[in-house]
Design a protein around this ligand. Structure first.
Ligand code: ADP
Ligand code: MG
Length: 273
């Protein structure tokens, strides 16, 4: 049995979902690293409340796409709008673009919460401090309010009794759940996940996916790079396949799994299912 099969999450509930207006709009994006053309004319619209899963071979450009959305990378062509703003730029009425200051970009980036494969918690801070440090230091949130919110979030990720623990005292799955709580503490409008379970031991994968499924059911907009197709079946509105910097498939899970149009998707599915 493969890891994918072992971790399949229970079947999706019927979920006719109310999706809102576009919240992330990626138009004709081009990204190169030197001569390596990593994103080729990529366009993608994600609506408020939507959950989009992105799969694809290593090196196909998935992380780069997420990093471009979060403006951790600059793009060479095209535009990315998130939460109604053009990422990284101000645009005048004539359409002329001017780069935003680092401070303005940082403000835009707060709309997005990012969870990485490596959870990167601060080792010298306890769980509570890991979660409250950014809201307090960056957003100027009242410490008592930030702490109350952090405890609420710890409840939500199933770790109400770990507030005083240090990261080294937690399992990988618990640390990743704290990382999710930490991202949520900034009250993001969109959550980006880059292979959030790839660094975990198999027995810890489902506890993290369960938290993500809950989050999706609460209406969070999510873009999730993962090969956990059980998660895709349970939570995704759409599943995308990337190959060589191109989105080669973009379909609801039912279609993605039963009637894939792209050879890349068929090959991928034949390996994991
Ligand atoms: P994936 O996440 O799908 O595995 P990535 O987006 O990480 O793919 O990488 C896509 C391509 O871009 C790869 O060829 C990778 O080597 C290259 N790449 C990614 N980040 C950088 C970087 N900072 N500098 C140079 N090349 C990079
Ligand atoms: Mg990657």
């Amino acid at each position: 049995m493969t890891r994918m099969e072992a971790d399949v999450v229970p079947a999706a509930p019927a979920k006719p979902r109310e999706l809102g207006p576009p919240i992330v709009e990626i138009c004709n994006v081009e990204k190169r690293f030197g001569s390596n053309h990593v994103l080729r004319d990529v366009s993608l619209t994600v609506r408020r409340g939507e959950v989009v899963v992105i799969a694809g071979r290593s090196g196909s450009g998935k992380s780069t796409l997420l990093r471009c959305i979060d403006h951790l990378e600059t793009i060479e062509g095209g535009t990315i709008h998130a939460c109604g703003e053009l990422m990284g730029y101000r645009q005048d009425s004539m359409g002329k673009k001017t780069e935003l200051s680092d401070r303005r970009v940082a403000r835009q980036r707060r709309n997005m919460g990012m969870v990485f494969q490596s959870f990167n918690l601060f080792p010298h801070l306890n769980v509570l401090r890991n979660i409250t440090i950014s809201p307090v230091k960056i957003m100027g949130e009242d410490p008592a309010r930030a702490e109350a919110h952090a405890r609420e979030l710890l409840e939500r990720v199933g770790l109400p009794d770990k507030a005083e623990a240090y990261p080294s005292q937690l399992s990988g799955g618990q640390q990743q759940r704290v990382a999710i709580a930490r991202a949520l503490a900034m009250r993001p409008q969109v959550m980006l996940f880059d292979e959030p379970t790839s660094a975990l031991d198999p027995e810890m994968i489902s506890e993290v996916l369960d938290v993500m499924i809950d989050l999706s059911r609460q209406g969070m907009t999510m873009i999730v790079v993962t090969h956990e197709m059980g998660f895709a079946r349970a939570a995704a509105d759409r599943v995308l396949m990337m190959a060589d910097g191109v989105i080669v498939e973009d379909a609801p899970p039912e279609e993605f799994f039963t009637n894939p149009q792209s050879e890349h998707t068929r090959l991928f599915l034949s390996k994991i299912l």
